[in-house]
Design a protein. Structure first.
Length: 149
């Protein structure tokens, strides 16, 4: 079972083309292969990369924890009564932002992106990969992997 989970995680990373700062820039993610079921978002997510596609040179650029010497972790926690979801964003282990949504139903792309980016974008989960994109609005595409506590 553990091997199967590890294989699924590796396949999810490969399918998302989580490129590094020194490798070729990944192509924008095809969100048609990702679930928008917000229940799948619950848990801890470690930042793997951010890619910008709209640059003066026309060449995409990618930042990673190694290239920025910085980490970011998203933590989504659901509470039953009252039904709400809390999002915490940690930068290098320190809490940077926190917000609470009244229900899971509000944690869809417009509400989430308004909080995180200030613009409407896309998000989706596939396996142990969370992808968030503001590329449709000239923003960054971010990829996270499910993290252990």
């Amino acid at each position: 079972m553990l091997l199967l989970c590890a294989l699924e995680a590796a396949l999810a990373l490969a399918a998302c083309d989580v490129g590094g700062a020194n490798g070729p820039a990944p192509r924008p993610i095809d969100f048609s292969n990702f679930s928008k079921d917000s229940v799948l978002v619950e848990g801890r997510w470690a930042w793997q990369r951010s890619t910008g596609y709209f640059t003066p040179s026309g060449e995409p650029y990618t930042q990673t924890p190694a290239s920025t010497d910085s980490t970011e972790t998203l933590v989504f926690t659901e509470q039953a009564a009252p039904k709400q979801v809390t999002l915490e964003i940690y930068q290098n282990g320190d809490l940077r932002e926190q917000t609470t949504y009244p229900t899971w139903q509000r944690l869809y792309e417009a509400e989430y992106d308004r909080f995180l980016f200030g613009v409407r974008g896309l998000f989706g989960v596939r396996g142990d990969t969370l992808a968030i994109s503001a590329v449709p609005r000239d923003g960054l595409e971010r990829v996270y992997t499910r993290a252990e506590r």
